[in-house]
Ligand binder design. Sequence first.
Ligand SMILES: Nc1ncnc2c1ncn2[C@@H]1O[C@H](COP(=O)(O)OP(=O)(O)OP(=O)(O)O)[C@@H](O)[C@H]1O
Length: 260
Amino acid sequence: MSKKIGDVVLDVKNISLSFGGVKALTDISFDVREHEVRAIIGPNGAGKSSMLNCINGVYTPQQGSISFRGKTFSHMDSHAVAAMGIARTFQNLALFKGMSVIDNIMTGRNLRIKSNLFLQALRIGPAQREEEKHREFVEHIIDFLEIQAHRKTPVGQLPYGLQKRVDLGRALAMEPQVLLLDEPMAGMNVEEKQDMCRFVLDVNQEFGTTVVLIEHDMGVVMDISDRVVVLDYGKKIGDGTPDEVRNNEEVISAYLGTGH
Ligand SMILES: Nc1ncnc2c1ncn2[C@@H]1O[C@H](COP(=O)(O)OP(=O)(O)OP(=O)(O)O)[C@@H](O)[C@H]1O
C-alpha cells in the first residue's frame, strides 16, 4: 500500500463505560492515525459498538477522554462531532426507507447547507445555487458508489447490500475526515462484501479518509486494516498489525480460535 499513515487524529484514553452493573468498557486506550484503516474486533458483546458510541457522543463514558486532533473531550457532543468531520454508519441502517437514494444521501449534506430554511423552501437566489452545488456533490458520490441506476429508487426497495452502500454514501456526503463504520459488511453475500471492501479501500486511498471499522469477518479485517484493536468482555486484549494480532496468544484463545 503506497498511502502514507500520518499523525494521531483520534486518541482514546482510559475509557470506562458501564450500564448499571454491566461494564461495557474497562480502561480502553488506543489511537487512530491519519489515513489508516483501524479495525475494532471482538466477540459479541465485547464493547465494540459502545466504543464507537463514545467516540461519536451517543454514550458518555464515566471515565477517560477522547482527543480529536489534539483537542481533548471527556464527553463528545454528537453535533459537534459531526461538525468536526467524524461521520458514522450504523449496524442497523439509519436510512429513510420511503425516500429515494439521492434524497437519503442529501440528508448527509445538511450539515454543510448554509442558507436559511426560508430561502431554501422558496428555492430562490443563493439558496437555489447552493442546493444545485450540493446535488452535484451527491451525484459524484452516487457515481463513485456505482448506484446511478438506482438514483430515484426508494431505498426500502433496494437489496440489503445496496442499502448499506447508500448508508455509506450518506456518511460520505458529510465529506468526513474520519469515517466510523459499524459492521459495514454484516448480512452481505460474498459478492456484496467484495464490493463494500473495494469502496471502503477506495474512500481511504482516493480521499485519504481515515476509517475506523467494526467487522466480524476476519478475512475482511485482516485484508483491509492497517492496525487492529481486539476487545473481549470490555477489555482490550490485543492491539497491532493484522499479523501481530493473528499471532497474539490471548487473542487466539479468546476469539480467533473459537470459530467466530
Ligand atoms: N444502551 C445499553 N444499555 C445497557 N447495556 C448496554 C447498552 N449498550 C450496550 N450494552 C451492553 O454493553 C455490552 C457491550 O455491548 P456492545 O453492543 O458495545 O458490544 P459489541 O461488541 O458491539 O457486540 P455485537 O458484536 O454483538 O454488536 C453488552 O453487555 C451490552 O449488553
